[in-house]
Design a protein around this ligand. Structure first.
Ligand code: GS8
Length: 219
């Protein structure tokens, strides 16, 4: 069987989410580079794969997908079975629901707070040579603190977000947090010991570390 293709390398945080899932389940995959600076993601070939002209997109035989969280779930469903890794906990409706809850929390609360900091402090300086907009960063840090307080409370009761077992709900936080932890604002986590321990645990996973090592954004 031909390996699946991920269009976009790990330097793109949303591609890194998908790649971490592929590594977790041990699926074979090929990364197809998309030249962001040449705006290849806005060209006809990539638009046919992702009508929003964004990275990543994904191909498995005749199925073509976009939206990294949806691709990740597909990978975990389809390739997790073979390797007996159930990061969606789909064998148990209650556990699966908790995975869904905290996966939604990432998409609707955590990501909107952390992403502007990552773009301002890591992505735009590296790709566009821009200086961070301090107003955006400060407002986002305030939002992020509020979200992290809720995580601290949650993680003081269970080791992982969805319960006592590691799941996609945790893994989906990896790429933006990874870049955030490269900024001077990483010290924010020091005030939240359960969140810090959760992050260290996530980073101790070899599949996560492997993709993290490829997330080198240089000008
Ligand atoms: C977001 C993809 C995205 O913003 C997903 O796949 O999860 N919700 C989508 N991708 C970025 C690169 S990764 O930071 C991108 O393609 N940006 C260029 C653009 O939006 O034009």
């Amino acid at each position: 069987m031909a390996p699946v293709k991920v269009f976009g390398s790990a330097v793109f945080a949303n591609a890194a989410r998908v790649l971490a899932c592929l590594e977790e389940v041990g699926a074979e995959y090929e990364v197809v580079e998309v030249d962001y600076m040449a705006k290849e993601h806005k060209g006809p070939e990539h638009l046919a794969r992702n009508p929003f002209g964004q990275i990543p997109s994904f191909q498995d035989d005749d199925i073509m997908l976009f939206e990294s969280r949806a691709i990740s779930k597909y990978v975990l469903r389809k390739y997790g079975k073979a390797s007996n890794v159930d990061l969606l906990r789909e064998g148990n409706p209650e556990e699966a629901a908790m995975v869904d809850v905290w996966t939604e929390v990432e998409a609707h609360h955590y990501f909107p707070a952390i992403a502007p900091i990552v773009y301002e402090c890591v992505v735009f300086p590296a790709r566009l040579g821009m200086q961070p907009n301090h107003k955006i960063v400060d407002e986002s840090l305030q939002k992020l603190r509020k979200v992290i307080e809720i995580y601290e409370e949650r993680l003081s009761k269970s080791k992982y977000l969805a319960g006592d077992v590691f799941s996609f709900a945790d893994l989906t936080h990896f790429p933006y947090t990874y870049y955030f932890m490269k900024t001077k604002h990483a010290t924010l986590l020091n005030a939240y010991p359960h969140v810090k321990a959760w992050w260290d645990d996530l980073m101790s996973r070899p599949p996560v570390k492997k993709i993290g090592d490829d997330m080198v954004l240089e000008p």
